[in-house]
Design a protein around this ligand. Structure first.
Ligand code: PLP
Length: 396
């Protein structure tokens, strides 16, 4: 983003500030649709659940992946004006609740809408049967997430070897299994993870067909359509040397065309980061510039308890730059809270080395960081009574 615009917006709105460029979100969505035309996009709103982002993606025809009843309600709020029949159809066709662990009271409310839910254990299946018996189910399997920056397979997914048995038990409980889901890990740089996972899914479908365990929903077309949900993980160019989305998409397309007939299988994905990361630019001000230390120490008004929480939870490469020019010199960079942990320099994910270089700064000077649209404000806190960065939307 242009430095002049960043400066203007910071002067107008104050700091800390997160600028979200909606034209970039539209570009990302179109790119996803163009490169993966068979795959319906369910935006994982956990990456950034700002209602303006939801509105922009809704206008483009996106669907949504939610992880809690509160996230479900953020989507519901945008569509509640629809006629009851249209509303029900929207929820069926455009929302997936993709957290394999759900609270009974959330399931109870969700059952009103016969939602699509994921599960990965017999215990969760029984809970769903009790509290949301009209739901459709996707079985989440555990797959390799080697080479992905944020991993999930330590926590979620049934071992594919046990999938058939759980499918059998789910059918015996007269629950509908609509398909299978997986997640290759966030910021996945290993296309092989998708390939192996897709082949594993095809293998499970084959075994289930052979045993006569019907997977798929029959209502819409009169014959079962199986869902394959390939999750999120589509990589963003933070440093430039990451796996290209274009290359990954070509590999996925080839594999799904080989494995899944168009008229029998519906494909969907849950991209989060890919749609919003490069649409966000964070801006902070220097609150204290200590030139009496060696190297100089800059305390800014955003840190690891706020937009830079990505350094702790998300582990993405972050590069902080100054608006003003000058020769960059090594410095230490701190967030605004009283905690020593709130230190940006020395973190291995900052500037790829933990060493921060900035020009000579004074109090009030601005620094900015690009690619901060995903998993940043989403995990900000109010620690020390300091609220998360204000969000300003451009090109709405
Ligand atoms: C179930 C599920 N789907 C999708 C996503 C989004 O992943 P990404 O942002 O890597 O696309 C996540 C991330 O946590 C997830 O847990």
């Amino acid at each position: 983003m242009n430095k002049k615009i960043i400066k203007q917006l910071a002067e107008e709105h104050g700091t800390p500030l997160l600028i979200i460029d909606h034209e970039q979100i539209r570009k990302n969505y179109r790119e996803f649709r163009k490169r993966l035309p068979r795959i319906q996009v369910y935006y994982a709103i956990k990456a950034n659940s700002d209602p303006e982002i939801i509105k922009t993606l809704l206008k483009l025809g996106a669907s949504f992946d939610v992880a809690s009843l509160n996230e479900f309600n953020l989507i519901f709020d945008q569509v509640k004006h629809l006629e009851p029949r249209e509303l029900q159809n929207f929820i069926w066709d455009n929302i997936i609740y993709a957290n394999p662990v759900k609270k009974p009271d959330s399931l109870h409310v969700l059952n009103l809408y016969k939602p699509l839910l994921t599960f990965d254990s017999i215990e969760e299946m029984r809970k769903i049967k009790l509290h949301s018996p009209d739901a459709g189910l996707l079985l989440r399997i555990k797959i390799s997430d080697e080479g992905s920056v944020v991993k999930f397979s330590n926590k979620f997914g049934i071992d594919p070897k046990q999938a058939l048995d759980l499918i059998k038990k789910t059918k015996e409980n007269r629950m509908t299994i609509e398909g299978i889901s997986f997640h290759a890990g966030s910021q996945c740089n290993q296309p092989g993870n998708f390939v192996k996972a897709l082949r594993t899914v095809a293998g499970i479908f084959k075994q289930a067909d052979a045993k006569g365990y019907e997977i798929g929903e029959t209502v819409t077309r009169g014959y079962p359509i199986k869902i394959v949900d390939i999750g999120g993980g589509f990589p963003v160019k933070y440093k430039g040397d990451e796996q290209s989305f274009e290359g990954l998409a070509a590999i996925i397309n080839k594999e799904v065309d080989k494995l899944f007939p168009r008229d029998k299988v519906l494909l969907l994905a849950e991209p989060g980061r890919f749609l919003v990361a490069n649409a966000g630019t964070e801006v902070a001000s220097v609150v204290l510039a200590k030139h009496s230390t060696n190297p100089p120490s800059y305390h800014i008004d955003d840190g690891v308890y706020h937009t830079f929480s990505a350094l702790v939870y998300d582990h993405i490469p972050i590069t902080v730059r100054a608006i003003k020019g000058g020769t960059p010199k090594e410095c230490r960079l701190f967030g605004p809270t009283c905690d020593g942990l709130d230190t940006l320099s020395e973190n291995e994910y900052i500037h790829n080395t933990g060493k921060v270089f900035l020009p000579y700064l004074q109090e009030g000077d601005l620094v900015y960081t690009e690619n901060m649209g995903a998993y940043t404000t989403a995990s900000s806190t109010n620690f020390n009574g300091m609220p998360p960065a204000k969000v300003v939307h451009i090109n709405l």
